[in-house]
Design a protein around this ligand. Sequence first.
Ligand code: SF4
Length: 251
Amino acid sequence: MIFQEHPWTLQEILWQQFLHWPKELPIIEAEDVKARKGFIYANLYAAKLWHARRNGLLCDWVIDDYNGKPAVELSFQILLPDGFRYRGSVDAVLRNRITGAIGVLEHKTTKYKVIDPAQYKNSAQAVGYSIVLDHLYPDVSSYEVLYLVYSSTEMEIVPLDFTKSLAQRAEWLQDILFDIDNIRAYDESGVYPRRGESCFNFFRQCQYFQTCTMSVERLAKEYHPDMADTKVYDVTVTMEELIETQLKRNT
Ligand code: SF4
């Protein structure tokens, strides 16, 4: 709503935030003051964003429509060889009112006081999103990936803007195929790598610490049809279709 031409008032946004606050999260109970998480901090962020928008943040951009609906939380799946899938969700697809360019908007929150473009510029996730956009908007020649990064420590919003090249997109597709080859190789050998450097991340132990050395048979649940992903995706596209789109764009 914040990015539409006639935004809601701040009171209306805060009221909607209250109405849609997840039931499992407390509203009144103690806030996580150190991590600056919770209902109050979410309201503060909404207010910051609302004021920044009024002061010109992304003023040329509006939320685009997809299938007659605002393109927010657009879920997608890419069907890959051998039943593999790459799934994701785009926070919002924006259209520049002046140039007609299309952009992917990503919201990020960090505890870092200093936000550096290097933290996000080469994110594989963002390249993947731009490839899906290529497929959805084949006639648009310019795509940008716009990040709104919120430092919860400084309570500041920093906008970052990256353009993804055709070469980066081709490399991303190739990379996904390498990932599948790697998974197959691990599966065939029955040996999976342990990434020791990731055992302690985000100030806590990995949930598999102490158990990941057990045999895979003990760790993995037997597959049951109930576990199948029944989610309906806004966009489903095959790897072949994406490669075809990229080849067309290249020529
Ligand atoms: S504890 Fe977690 S991160 Fe560390 S090796 Fe085991 S599974 Fe990987």
